[in-house]
Design a protein around this ligand. Sequence first.
Ligand SMILES: [Zn+2]
Length: 179
Amino acid sequence: MPFFRRRPKPPKVDKYMIFATNEALQEWERGLADAGLTQIGTNRQAEGTYEQWNGTDAEKAKAWLRERKIDQELFYVVVQTPDGVWGADIEGLYLEKLRPWQFDPASAETTAEILTLINGVYGIELAATGRADNFIVEVACGRCERTWLDGVRYRDLTLVRCPHCGAANRVDSTNFIVT
Ligand SMILES: [Zn+2]
């Protein structure tokens, strides 16, 4: 039945932001302004769809990404910031790759403590198998004791910088082992 074979497939539905009310739209736009975000566009690749943003501040971008609940596989929200490319997918927040200065733990002034593994074992498994060069943890600054989320190496030392006091912290993840 060639007629049926020629019928076009139903169009692929992309993820749109849909707002029930004008207030909801305004709140979304206010959130973008507060987070210092401007949209670059949406890039559809064979391996997934990338919603791309520019951000003026990594901490604000991370907080905004944590609020985005992605419920679609292979859908990525990506923010280029002055401090790394941060993203969110169905598993949560991620750092695309470590910043070059993070490979110099010897220059640390203090030692940060890892408090929590973010995204459960998913992120650390990617790092353990070499599919990512980092996984996301919550760390506490060795100088001011305040906390933030950052990417660290698997079973290695990583340099992270406290966004609150600016201290360069060494993080030791050798006790986090995926078997
Ligand atoms: Zn600090």
